[in-house]
Design a protein around this ligand. Structure first.
Ligand SMILES: [Zn+2]
Length: 64
């Protein structure tokens, strides 16, 4: 009963870093590609669909 609930105490400016992209908004997306006749790994990254490239969520979001 006396334990403070951390989720009750959060100021509105607190963000939770996106666990999927680590806050960068992009996630690695390595692919095999043939470039100039040689197989290479291309990593252009792609937009993180979890946070819509924001890299964070408002407030505290518990990991699922
Ligand atoms: Zn993300």
């Amino acid at each position: 009963m006396n334990e403070p609930d951390p989720e009750q105490d959060v100021p509105p400016e607190v963000h939770t870093v996106c666990p999927l992209c680590g806050g960068g908004g992009m996630i690695a997306d390595p692919k095999q590609a043939i470039i100039g006749g040689e197989p290479r790994t291309v990593d252009n990254g792609r937009a993180c669909g979890h946070c819509a490239t924001d890299g964070h969520f408002p407030g505290i979001v518990p990991p699922v």
